[in-house]
Design a protein around this ligand. Structure first.
Ligand SMILES: NC(=O)C1=CN([C@@H]2O[C@H](COP(=O)(O)OP(=O)(O)OC[C@H]3O[C@@H](n4cnc5c(N)ncnc54)[C@H](OP(=O)(O)O)[C@@H]3O)[C@@H](O)[C@H]2O)C=CC1
Ligand SMILES: Nc1nc(=O)c2c([nH]1)NC[C@@H]1CN(c3ccc(C(=O)N[C@@H](CCC(=O)O)C(=O)O)cc3)C=[N+]21
Length: 296
């Protein structure tokens, strides 16, 4: 039987609608949540994301700030922009678009963002809070993936989850969230022996690798849920890029019980969760109760 297609695009629109409702309530009290995006250099893919983040921020009723620096910007210039945003009371969320140009020290830059405004959840203090089961800012892509899984399955307790990829921005926080929801979690990576056999154990597979079509349907346990985080750009004859995931969609959709498409799966959830995190940060900054259903 063909897998159910998990409509991340539609779910993300619902999340953004909830965020917009909360924002309207805050604005009635004279509070406008604000998100600042810092973009260093002009990577074309980053330009696309930053533009759609700005548009969706404004559509949700929030204040949107864009700080652009040339690819040649010095580390001190980037740090002083972040420090200014840390001190700006109209800004509740700060996102430094990755990847950064190679001459910049990414960990030093991310560590400069005020953890309370770290809507990406990349600051080590947020990573540590998440790992120790405390209230944190949770990275957007794992948070969005978890929302899709909870919507599909309700309680995840006892499920076997295999996360492929161990990056600090996707794989590791994803594994932490699944663990917190009582899954039995395995993290696989490039040194994993017999990856297909590991994946075959999984009720839930999260693929966050960046290798187009790597996971094939015959790796999957029939009926399992596949969350495809990967995004690889493939040039097409028309000159416009097409994006594909880490899973071979055609063969996986024959075996899985449910699968996220690329595009239209996890990607839109990432941006919706960025707005949700900005709202959460704004509520915390103002000592107000947090929105329900929009945090982990
Ligand atoms: N949809 C969205 O919103 C988002 C999508 N992405 C996409 O998700 C993907 C992953 O991103 P990110 O985590 O930043 O990537 P990284 O490159 O930081 O991490 C990739 C991970 O995949 C592992 N890996 C590489 N090759 C293999 C292999 N052959 N078998 C098993 N594991 C392997 C690596 O292992 P090792 O550690 O051993 O090197 C590493 O842990 C990318 O395609 C990215 O574009 C990212 C963020 C948001
Ligand atoms: N500090 C930081 N935080 C990030 O969250 C971050 C980042 N840097 N750098 C790049 C990655 C990638 N990322 C995506 C966001 C949205 C889509 C998205 O909306 N994708 C759509 C389609 C987009 C298209 O067609 O290109 C989809 O999958 O349907 C994808 C990927 C966030 N990232």
């Amino acid at each position: 039987m063909a897998a159910r297609v998990i409509d991340g695009k539609a779910f993300a629109a619902t999340v953004r609608g909830k965020v917009a409702e909360h924002v309207a309530q805050l604005k009635a009290q004279g509070i406008t949540p604000g998100l600042a995006v810092v973009l260093v250099g002009a990577d074309p893919a980053s330009e696309v994301y930053v533009r759609s983040k700005g548009k969706q921020t404004v559509e949700a009723g929030m204040h949107s700030v864009e700080k652009r620096l040339p690819a040649t910007a010095s580390e001190d210039e980037v740090l002083s922009i972040i420090e200014a945003l840390n001190g700006d009371p109209d800004v509740h969320g700060i996102l430094v678009q990755l990847p950064l140009p190679g001459h910049l020290d990414e960990s030093r830059i991310l560590a400069t963002v005020d953890p309370a405004k770290d809507v990406d959840g990349f600051h080590i203090s947020n990573a540590g809070l998440l790992a120790t089961g405390q209230k944190a800012m949770v990275p957007c892509t794992p948070l969005g993936s978890l929302m899709l899984l909870r919507d599909l399955h309700g309680d995840l307790t006892g499920m076997e989850a295999v996360v492929i990829g161990r990056s600090n921005i996707v794989g590791k926080p994803m594994a932490q969230l699944l663990l917190r929801d009582n899954c039995t979690v395995t993290i696989a990576h490039s040194r994993t022996r017999d990856l297909p056999a590991v994946v075959r154990r999984a009720d839930i597979v999260v693929a966050a690798v960046g290798r187009a079509g790597m996971v094939s349907g015959d790796w999957l346990k029939p009926g399992s849920t596949v969350i495809d985080v990967g995004i690889t750009r493939i040039p097409t004859e028309s000159g416009k890029d097409r994006i594909v995931g880490d899973c071979d969609y055609a063969s996986c959709a024959e075996v899985a019980g449910a699968i996220t498409p690329v595009p239209g799966g996890v990607g839109p959830m990432t941006i919706a969760c960025l707005l949700a995190n900005t709202l959460t940060a704004c509520c915390r900054a103002n000592g107000l109760p947090e929105p329900e259903g929009l945090t982990a």
